[in-house]
Every structure is written in structure tokens, then in C-alpha cells.
Design a protein around this ligand. Structure first.
Ligand code: NAD
Length: 330
């Protein structure tokens, strides 16, 4: 299939692009490089430097590229910034997504795969998180994703859109060959921050909260390998042949890992010490978040290849070791 990958020059999108090519599909990339990296894309792949809010450019693109399906990774993803500048998030993550969907509908492109997040659940009453549990985001970032999820349900019902929504837990790791990996600026994700601190590129790793009701007092999260996420995106294609269907899947390993366990794994894999500064809890951090992904396993045959933290950190280390400054384009 010919697939438009919006946000394809970003962290998860660029990994998915490689998997699409390996599976025999033809990805076409749209990214305004607000955060992405041109160098994360393989040579020869078609690239459109276009912003999603540009309706005229989208119309031109759909008229010329004739794609079968759209994967939508493009969004702003900083929770703290979304609290400070909510409108920036509603405009980019919600409005611009509606512009994209509107252009798709007018050009008869009716298959859509959307990157949502476990942040749509807010602070869960029970764990692990199952798809049907109540969604009550506690920040604008999570709310923007939930708004799009709801719009997709309506579009599936009213206009025959066929869509899959994946709620990722903590995307982590890098391509197994070390060719591409995570390079966010600013970086907020634990594994790259811990590796950066171990490499001496950051003064220390700040650990927020050591008094949570968890086995070692630090937060528990569900780290899922970026290539495993990509595999789910491809596994859902067959289901999208059914017009007007909307599917929702939580994607995680189901295994909670604490902040201290991640630090231990980074120290073991790198052979370096992670300098740590312990700080008070950060507002809005739930003590634990982890997925029940039985639905994706049963319906898509999706099984994460990376089930524990060390092999995930190993792939991340392969990337950061050879590219300590990432793609070096910022
Ligand atoms: N990384 C995670 O752990 C995680 C967890 C849950 C959900 N998600 C979601 O997955 C998606 C991808 O995350 P990521 O970590 O790869 O982020 P990323 O910032 O690395 O990638 C997003 C890409 O979208 C592009 N982009 C943003 N707004 C755009 C616009 N208006 N027009 C064109 N391009 C635009 C950016 O330039 C960037 O290349 C996001 O939607 C995010 O909300 C990520």
C-alpha cells in the first residue's frame, strides 16, 4: 500500500517508515520538521516539508500522491508545555488533525491510523489499563488526543472512515541496527536522559519522587519498544478493509518497570554510573501506568518482541553510543 506518514521524520514515525519499507509498502512522508529529523529517513523516500494546518498543501498532496492510508504521528508531545500553552496544543494536535481528516475525506482517503496515548486515561483507578476503562486526561496534551479519538468515532460512524487508534505507553529503544533512534530537543524521556547523564552529556538525572506507593518508591511505567509499536501499525491494515470501523488498542508490554530499575539497567548495559539527583514528586505524575494489551494480542496477533527493560536499553545504547549528539541537525 501507499501510505502517507504524517510526522514520519519524528522518533516513532521514522522507525515505522523503516518497517513499512521492509514489509513491502510505499511510505510518503509529511513533516514540517518542527521536531523531526530529515536524516532519520532512508535515502530515496519521498518527503513533503508541509505543516498539517496547510489545507491547500494537503489538498495538492492528496491529489498527486493518491495514497491508500494515512498514519498520523504528527503532534506536539510535551505535557508541561501543554499546561503552559494549551492553545498551541489544541491548534496543532486537534485543529490541524481535523484539517488533515477533512482533506482526506474530500479526496476519498478513508483509512487512518492514529497515535494516541495512555495519557488519555489520566490517573487510573485500577491497573493494568484495559481499553474500555474511563478516560479522564489530567492535562491538555492528553485531552487533545482524546478529542481526536472522539472525532474519529464520529467519522467512522458518519462518514465511513475506517480507523485504528493506538494508545502507546512509554515508547522506548531504537532500531536494532543502531541506524536511527531517539533525538528529542528538549528531551523528557527517561532512558535517553539516563544515558545522557551516564555519558556526561547532562550533569545528572533528576528522579522525581521516591515515596510513591510502589515497591521501590519510584514511579512505575510500561516501556514498549518503538519497533514493536511499529509492528502493531502494520498488523492492523487488514482490519481497515472494513469501512466505518473504529478500533482502539492499548500498546504496552504489561510489565511495569520503576525509575530505579531503568537506571540500574542503563548502568548495567553502558557500564557507566548514572549521576542521580532525587527531587520531590512532580505534579500530575501517576504512581503507576501499565497496559493490558490482550486485545491487540488477540485481534492483531501482536506480541511485543521486547518484553523486558534491558534489551530495550541495549538498543537505545547502541544508538546513543555512536550518536551522542543525536542527528546533530539542531
Ligand atoms: N514517544 C512516546 O513515548 C509517545 C507516547 C504516547 C504517544 N505518543 C504519540 O506518538 C506520536 C509520535 O511521538 P514521537 O515521540 O515520535 O514525537 P516526535 O516529536 O519525535 O515526532 C512528531 C513529528 O511530528 C512532526 N510534526 C508535529 N506537528 C506537525 C505539524 N503540524 N505538521 C507537520 N509535522 C508536524 C514533528 O516535526 C515530528 O517530526 C505523537 O503523536 C505522540 O503524541 C508518543
Amino acid at each position: 500500500m501507499k501510505i502517507l506518514v504524517c510526522g514520519g521524520a519524528g522518533y516513532i514515525g521514522s522507525h515505522c517508515v523503516r518497517q513499512l519499507i521492509a514489509a513491502g509498502h510505499e511510505p510518503v512522508i509529511l513533516d514540517n520538521l518542527a521536531y523531526g529529523h530529515r536524516a532519520s529517513l532512508p535515502a530515496g523516500v519521498r518527503f513533503h516539508d508541509v505543516g498539517l494546518a496547510d489545507a491547500a498543501a494537503l489538498d495538492r498532496l492528496f491529489a498527486t500522491e493518491r495514497v491508500d492510508l494515512v498514519m498520523h504521528f504528527a503532534a506536539f508531545c510535551y505535557v508541561g508545555e501543554s499546561v503552559q500553552s494549551p492553545l498551541k496544543y489544541y491548534l496543532n494536535n486537534v485543529s490541524a488533525t481535523y484539517t488533515l481528516l477533512d482533506s482526506m475525506m474530500r479526496h476519498g482517503v478513508k483509512k487512518f491510523v492514529f497515535s494516541s496515548t495512555c495519557a488519555t486515561f489520566g490517573i487510573p483507578a485500577t491497573l493494568p489499563l484495559v481499553e474500555g476503562m474511563p478516560q479522564a486526561p489530567i492535562n491538555p496534551y492528553g485531552q487533545t488526543k482524546l478529542d481526536v479519538e472522539n472525532a474519529l468515532k464520529a467519522l467512522a460512524h458518519g462518514q465511513g472512515l475506517s480507523c485504528a487508534v493506538f494508545r502507546y505507553f512509554n515508547a522506548a529503544g531504537a532500531a536494532e541496527d543502531g541506524s536511527i533512534g531517539e533525538d528529542h530537543e528538549p528531551e523528557t524521556h527517561l532512558i535517553p536522559l539516563a544515558i545522557g547523564a551516564a555519558q556526561g552529556l547532562r550533569p545528572e538525572l533528576q528522579v522525581f519522587g521516591t515515596d510513591y506507593p510502589t515497591p521501590d518508591g519510584t514511579c512505575l511505567r510500561d516501556y514498549v519498544h518503538v519497533d514493536d509499536l511499529s509492528r502493531a501499525h502494520i498488523a492492523v491494515f487488514d482490519k481497515l478493509a472494513q469501512p466505518g470501523a473504529a478500533y482502539f488498542y492499548n500498546l504496552g508490554t504489561g510489565r511495569p518497570t520503576s525509575v530505579l530499575e531503568v537506571i540500574k539497567a542503563v548502568e548495567k548495559i553502558t557500564g557507566l554510573k548514572v549521576p542521580v539527583k532525587y527531587s520531590p514528586r512532580r505534579e500530575g505524575d501517576p504512581p503507576a501506568l501499565y497496559a493490558n494489551s490482550a486485545k491487540a494480542q488477540a485481534e492483531l496477533g501482536w506480541q511485543p518482541k521486547f518484553m523486558t527493560i534491558e534489551p530495550i536499553v541495549e538498543t537505545a545504547w547502541r544508538w546513543h553510543k555512536q550518536k551522542p549528539k543525536g542527528y546533530g541537525d539542531r
